[in-house]
Design a protein around this ligand. Structure first.
Ligand code: PMP
Length: 352
């Protein structure tokens, strides 16, 4: 065997949810938003310069819009190609200790992939039997902390008091709170930015802003940490954000009414759906996200997953310890959820 193989970086990549070629499916598998983005986003006219010119490397217009929206200074905002890019940059920038970084055992399955990729030691801290964070687990020596709030794929939100306790107890490392789903329930950790210099909050346009296809994510923190992130970004690729995303991202931020309306609609659909499937023998973990994590009292999740797929309804199933009897179901439109509930109702009745 040639020895160059020894020098190849070996990683087991993150596996994203399936994007089926068949368009005739009810797609509840990747936590996308079933509604389109703001009409303002769709109204932007293409022009030659939108595609011809390099984008502004500072992403200035979008950074300014986000800073104004969140009431922070522009020096406190970093934007990237989806929150995956922002999180990856954050791992690279902030997690450079010999001590392990900490995150839950059941969480966003990209965290361990980035840790492996960047050779960051890590420890996965088991959630308790109700899938809650055990706050005391995050009080020992470590090289940094990252967790989503609400968590994925459970949808469970931890109170701001708990989040603050973790940040307060770890003044010597960076704590990243991944708020990909915060708009669907719970209080943001953003106000804690002024109180703690070790906090980075990460957000995305992919879920609540219905713009997963454009890839926009951002981090808010203090100017020192944002500068560190930018220094790493400019050492890697100055033009991470494309020009159309910068323009359309600003349009989305400027249409708060639409944003709130659609988020409200998804929350209402979620609550109705949880009640309806409870009558069919399902239990959902308490969700503050745009998805629910559901298990059935007698039918294995894996079988329901396969049967739904046969019927062109896609949900997500993780064949992993502790969660292999759960389905993660993204909340679609009312009409889509009605079709899914009818399918489940018939399936559960006829199941032998
Ligand atoms: N964080 C969490 C917890 C997620 O579930 C996702 C979605 N896969 C992301 C971050 C990344 O989303 P995006 O890159 O689309 O912003």
């Amino acid at each position: 065997m040639a020895s160059w193989r020894d020098n190849i970086r070996q990683v087991e990549p993150y596996v994203p949810g399936e994007q089926p070629k068949n368009t005739n499916v009810i797609k509840l598998n990747t936590n996308e938003n079933p509604y389109g983005p703001s009409p303002r986003v769709k109204a932007v006219q293409d022009n030659e310069d939108l595609l011809r010119l390099y984008p502004d490397p500072t992403a200035g217009a979008l950074v300014d819009a986000l800073a104004e929206y969140h009431g922070v200074d522009a020096s406190q905002v970093f934007v990237g190609v989806g929150s995956d890019d922002v999180l990856a940059m954050s791992f690279l920038t902030f997690f450079n200790s010999d001590k392990p970084i900490l995150f839950p055992d059941i969480t966003y399955s990209f965290y361990d992939v980035w840790a492996e990729l960047f050779r960051i030691p890590y420890k996965q801290m088991p959630l308790d039997e109700n899938f809650r964070l055990k706050i005391d687990d995050y009080k020992g020596e470590n090289g940094g902390i990252v967790f989503p709030n609400p968590n994925a794929p459970t949808g469970i939100y931890e109170s701001l008091d708990h989040v603050e306790e973790i940040i307060k107890n770890n003044p010597d490392v960076i704590v990243i709170v991944d708020e990909a789903y915060i708009d669907f329930g719970g209080e943001t950790a953003l106000p804690l930015i002024d109180k703690y210099d070790n906090l980075v909050v990460v957000r995305t346009f992919s879920k609540s802003r219905s713009m997963a296809g454009l890839r926009i994510g951002y981090a808010i923190s203090n100017p020192e940490l944002i500068k560190a992130l930018n220094d790493v970004k400019y050492s890697y690729n100055s033009y991470t954000m494309n020009r159309p995303s910068l323009v359309l991202g600003v349009e989305s931020i400027h249409d708060d009414a639409y944003f709130r309306e659609k988020v409200g609609q998804i929350i209402a659909t979620r609550e109705r759906f949880v009640k309806e499937i409870a009558e069919l023998g399902f239990t959902c973990l308490p969700s503050s996200a745009n998805f629910v994590f559901a298990t059935h009292e007698s039918i294995p999740a894996k079988e329901i997953f396969a049967a739904a797929k046969e019927n062109n309804i896609y949900v997500r199933y993780f064949d992993k310890p502790r969660i292999d009897n759960y389905l993660r179901i993204s909340i679609g439109t009312d009409a889509e959820m009605d079709v899914f509930v009818s399918f489940l109702s018939k399936y559960v009745k006829e199941y032998k």
